[in-house]
Structures are given as structure tokens and as C-alpha cells.
Write a protein that binds this ligand. Structure first.
Ligand code: ADE
Length: 407
């Protein structure tokens, strides 16, 4: 079951992955796994890249503003109370925070600059253009509200998804019913179709990146944060990725396209219906071999349309795989879904996270919430490594309000 699969022991066992695959996954993560990291590559930053050098002096002082909510006033780390850790990962932490003035709650992702620099990720951060910023406006995608930096850290202020990770719910319930899995798969697919319409391949779809809002709707985030093998300070460069969502073409380092996301959706759907990923083996290298070569085996207990859809998504040949959202929408597994109502959030979620209040963290793993909140977070440290152009304003990046073609 997922529970065992994700247990520390199972994870520890699975850590013996051959270095080839570690390097491959790491590279893939570096390339694209973190959409928020891409967001920091504003044109301003991009222009400065050559002339000032990446680590050139910061012009605006240590704390810089960002954008989105209201006027481009300065927003700083000290404007928030940091309440609890709700996620951790190789680059840093995610915290529940309250904006002091507005009393609004946000999830704040805090990244250590030196970790990014140590891992030589800055080129990816700096060079990927951030048209994404204005583009990422969809009901099932987490929104970025502000970003700013202090001497040592980058801050991303995001929607807070109080329902927690879908991963956490599945861990506890082991499997979801078909209607529930259908609803989540449909909302995820809708977000993927939106991204594909903008020529964005998400590339990092995994259960841990699928969050629930307080009503039970999906919010896709980019936090590919693993729970085990965490090296928050970035000392070891520990690989903590998981291969289970990687499509055969990505594993083999062949060219890949948006159908790699449909493969990952197949993995997520399989996990929801069977409680574990397809091609699963306790041995990681065996699992990788299975992904590449073993025909998909589907156990009993799911409907014929569900089986057929899994075969269409988990097709090893990307050309024969399901190609786009339109194909997915018309698949019999989704015949009960009204896609227009779905994207308008008019379809009632099958599960509503119970919450006693805005800071009820019952849907978050105590593994995170029991961690201490670093006292330095609200402190506007002075000079440090500057990420010039990290911040940007809504003037430069107006939000796209109309929905682009989804296909
Ligand atoms: N974990 C990672 N990102 C999150 C978010 N935006 N809201 C809640 N939990 C999260």
C-alpha cells in the first residue's frame, strides 16, 4: 500500500538507486520541476544576466517588492507571521503564514539562495523566461501573490491550500473510489490542458504536488518536495526524487513532449485506484526496468473504462499515448463529467476537508507541522547574494484573464 511504500523504511530501501538515474532525475528536476523557480526569471532579470552578472549587486536593497495583490508596494519578509511548517524539501521549506496587515493566510515557500547556487540551479532559474507568471491563472493552479528576497533567502507567497496534499489523504485512505478518483483526475487534467495550451509541459506531476483547497478542489503546485532524504540546508546535495512518475521517454533521455504529462496523470490515477504506482517494485532499479519494458498489468476491481483509460495514459510509446485534453474529455471514463461546469468549480467535490478554523492543520503531515519555525524568517537580513530582478510587478506581468485554448 501507499502507506508502506512511502514509509521511511521503504524509502530508505529504495535509496539504492543507480547513480545514472539519480543524475537523470536530478537533471530533469533542475530543468523544469519547479515552476515557481521559473517565475523568478523575469525579462528584467534576463536582461541583466549578461551585463551585471548573476551575482551582481542588488539595486533595490535587501528586501524587494513583488506584485499581484493591489499596488506594487514593498512587501517584505517582516510583513508576515510565520506560523507553521507545512512542507519541506531539498531547497527549503513551505510555511503557513499570515499577512500581518490584511490577516490573510498564505503558503510561503522559502528557498535558501546558497542551496540554489551550490546546486548550480541559478542558470535554470535565471534563463527560463517567465511568461509563465501572467499565464498561470487557472482555478486549479496555485497562484503566486508576492515574491521577495532577503540576503539569504527567496520567498514565494502562494495560495494556501488548507486541505493539504492529496498524497496525505490517499496515504490514510489507501485507495479512492472511482468517482472520487475521476473528479481529481478531471481537475488535474483540466489544469494540464490549460498549461499545454500555453506550451508549458508541467513535467512534475506527482501526488505530492496535488493539493486540496478548503472546498476539496484541486490546486496543482510545483513543490516537488520529498519527505525523506531531506537536506534542507543543502549540505549534501542528496537526491530525493522519485522515479515512479517518469515516463519511459524521459527515463531514456529521449525527446519528450506534453504527452509525458498524460503518462504522469496515468500514474496518479493508478495510485488513486490501486494504492500504488504502476510497475511498482520494492527494488527501484527493477521498477525502472518495469517502467521501460514491462507491459502494464492491471488488477481486478476497477471498471472497464478506468482500465481502458489507464492503458491509454500509460502507453509506453508517446505517439500511441492519449495526446490531448480533448481526447481525454471524450473518454468514457469521464462521460459523467461536465467539463464546463468542472472548470467553473460548479461540480461539487466528493470530499470536503473538515476544518475547525483557518489554521487547522489536521490535513498536514505532523512530520512537517512538528518542525520548528525558523525564527530568522521574518527578519530582513541585510546584504547577501542578490538575485537581481527576482521581483517584478503586475505592471510588467498583467494577469491573463481570458482562458487560452486548452488543446
Ligand atoms: N504545501 C506546499 N505548497 C502548499 C500550499 N500552497 N498550500 C498548502 N500546502 C502546501
Amino acid at each position: 500500500m501507499v502507506k508502506n511504500l512511502r514509509s521511511p523504511v521503504a524509502y530508505a530501501k529504495m535509496k539504492g538507486l543507480m547513480s545514472y538515474f539519480s543524475a537523470l532525475i536530478k537533471e530533469r528536476k533542475a530543468l523544469a520541476s519547479d515552476l515557481m523557480l521559473k517565475l523568478v526569471a523575469s525579462p528584467k532579470m534576463y536582461r541583466r544576466f549578461d551585463s551585471h552578472g548573476f551575482l551582481g549587486p542588488e539595486e533595490d536593497g535587501a528586501d524587494t517588492l513583488c506584485f499581484r495583490d493591489a499596488s506594487p508596494e514593498k512587501v517584505t519578509a517582516a510583513d508576515f507571521d510565520y506560523l507553521k511548517v507545512i512542507g519541506t524539501g531539498s531547497f527549503g521549506k513551505v510555511l503557513l503564514a499570515r499577512h500581518k496587515e490584511s490577516e490573510k493566510y498564505y503558503a510561503v515557500k522559502v528557498l535558501q539562495k546558497h542551496t540554489i547556487l551550490q546546486r548550480k540551479e541559478q542558470r535554470h532559474i535565471m534563463c527560463e523566461r517567465s511568461v509563465l507568471l501572467r499565464a498561470l491563472h487557472h482555478p486549479f493552479l496555485v497562484r503566486l501573490h508576492y515574491c521577495f528576497q532577503t540576503g539569504g533567502k527567496l520567498y514565494f507567497v502562494l495560495d494556501y491550500a488548507s486541505g493539504g496534499e492529496l498524497f496525505y489523504h490517499l496515504q490514510r485512505e489507501h485507495v479512492f473510489s472511482e468517482p472520487r478518483a475521476r473528479f481529481y483526475a478531471a481537475e488535474i487534467a483540466s489544469a494540464l490542458g490549460y498549461l499545454h495550451g500555453l506550451d508549458i509541459i508541467y513535467r512534475d506531476l506527482k501526488l505530492e504536488n496535488v493539493l486540496l483547497d478548503r472546498h476539496g478542489h484541486i490546486l496543482l503546485t510545483d513543490f516537488g518536495l520529498c519527505k525523506e532524504g531531506i537536506d534542507v540546508e543543502g549540505r549534501t546535495g542528496t537526491f530525493c526524487g522519485t522515479p515512479e512518475y517518469l515516463s519511459p521517454e524521459v527515463l531514456e533521455q529521449r525527446e519528450y513532449d506534453r504527452t509525458t504529462d498524460w503518462w504522469a496523470l496515468g500514474v496518479v490515477l493508478h495510485e488513486m485506484l490501486y494504492g500504488q504506482p504502476p510497475f511498482f517494485s520494492e527494488s527501484r532499479s527493477r521498477m525502472l526496468q518495469n517502467i521501460l519494458h514491462q507491459p502494464l498489468f492491471l488488477g481486478p476491481g476497477i471498471s472497464k473504462p478506468a482500465r481502458d483509460l489507464l492503458h491509454r495514459l500509460l502507453e509506453k510509446d508517446p505517439e500511441k499515448r492519449l495526446q490531448n485534453l480533448a481526447e481525454l474529455e471524450s473518454h468514457p471514463f469521464f462521460s459523467s463529467i461536465n467539463w464546463t461546469e468542472l472548470v467553473e468549480k460548479k461540480v461539487r467535490p466528493p470530499f470536503k476537508p473538515s476544518l475547525s478554523g483557518p489554521v487547522d492543520l489536521v490535513h498536514f503531515d505532523p512530520e512537517f507541522t512538528q518542525l520548528p519555525v525558523p525564527p530568522s524568517l521574518g527578519v530582513c537580513e541585510g546584504s547577501g547574494l542578490a538575485f537581481p530582478g527576482f521581483s517584478y510587478t503586475s505592471e510588467n506581468y498583467p494577469a491573463v484573464t481570458s482562458q487560452p485554448s486548452q488543446r
